[in-house]
Design a protein around this ligand. Structure first.
Ligand SMILES: NC(=O)c1ccc[n+]([C@@H]2O[C@H](COP(=O)([O-])OP(=O)(O)OC[C@H]3O[C@@H](n4cnc5c(N)ncnc54)[C@H](OP(=O)(O)O)[C@@H]3O)[C@@H](O)[C@H]2O)c1
Length: 249
């Protein structure tokens, strides 16, 4: 399958790219820098230069794709507006086709908001944290588009050994004896998934066009933040203040 991936160099996207290449798919990845182009090439994908903020620049790649995976995010103040440009480009391309365009869109566990003692399933109400309310809307508009064949993937908190992300940052802080930053409370519980397992879920979904709708991807549910931090500080014989709560989700 010819697959266009947006965000193929990111924490999640690089694992998805590697997984798709290993399964012999032809993967084209959007990149906005030489460094990202090199990373994609090393992963076995073909880089195409462009920026999420200017879809016209990568529309050709979209036209040539059998399927598209959106796992890119600018994480800037206007990230929702930038994402909407991608949604519009995908919709425009889909209207041109005879067959529905296969799309995997990335949501996230934070679209469920606080669930109290309940484990979120795909049928749970989603109450996105305010910063990501746009993501719920964009996911909904993709699912409603009759010209698309779409899955929305909701990753749990993703962990991996290195290369960015919240856990890599905590490990780095612990390794040099810095206090660990906690969002919210130590009693908050997070669902977790290793990015290789998550990547496998993306591949399985892209290969099964009969599947649509929302898919949560988690390997462990409800792990207390305190348990995660205790594991990190124990591994690093962390001597500095063990943690400090600095921000609320
Ligand atoms: N990580 C998690 O635990 C987690 C959990 C649930 C959901 N999610 C969601 O998954 C998505 C990806 O998260 P992530 O952790 O993988 O993020 P990340 O590591 O920061 O990766 C972001 C990706 O977006 C690309 N990108 C950013 N701005 C761009 C632009 N202007 N033009 C083109 N590409 C651009 C980056 O490319 P460059 O190579 O140019 O930087 C990179 O490939 C987000 O929507 C996030 O909300 C993440």
């Amino acid at each position: 399958m010819n697959i266009l991936i947006l965000g193929g160099t990111g924490s999640i996207g690089s694992a998805v790219t590697a997984e798709l290449v290993a399964a012999h798919h032809q993967v084209v990845g959007l990149c906005r820098s030489q460094a990202s182009a090199k990373k994609l090439t090393a992963l076995g994908a073909r880089p195409v230069q462009g920026d999420l903020r200017a879809p016209k620049g990568w529309y050709d790649a979209l036209q040539n794709a059998d399927a598209v995976i959106q796992v890119a995010c600018t994480f800037e103040d206007n990230m929702g507006a930038v994402d909407s440009l991608t949604i519009e480009a995908i919709g425009q391309e889909a209207r041109r086709r005879r067959q529905p365009l296969r799309v995997l869109y990335t949501g996230g566990c934070w679209l469920y908001g606080e669930t109290g003692d309940l484990i979120a399933s795909e049928t749970s109400a989603r109450r996105p944290i305010p910063a990501f309310a746009w993501m719920e809307q964009n996911a909904g508009s993709l699912l409603e588009d009759p010209n698309l064949n779409c899955c929305v993937v909701h990753p749990a908190m993703v962990y991996h050994e290195s290369g960015g992300g919240v856990f890599a940052r905590m490990l780095q802080q612990a390794s040099v004896g810095l206090p660990l930053e906690v969002w919210g409370s130590l009693h908050t519980r997070w669902p977790l998934v290793h990015r290789r397992d998550l990547a496998r879920a993306y591949r399985m979904l892209i290969e099964r066009p009969g599947l649509g709708g929302h898919y949560n991807v988690a390997a462990q549910s409800g792990v207390p933040v305190q348990e995660i931090l205790t594991e990190i500080v124990t591994r690093h014989r962390h001597a500095a203040p063990m943690w400090c709560a600095t921000a609320n989700m």
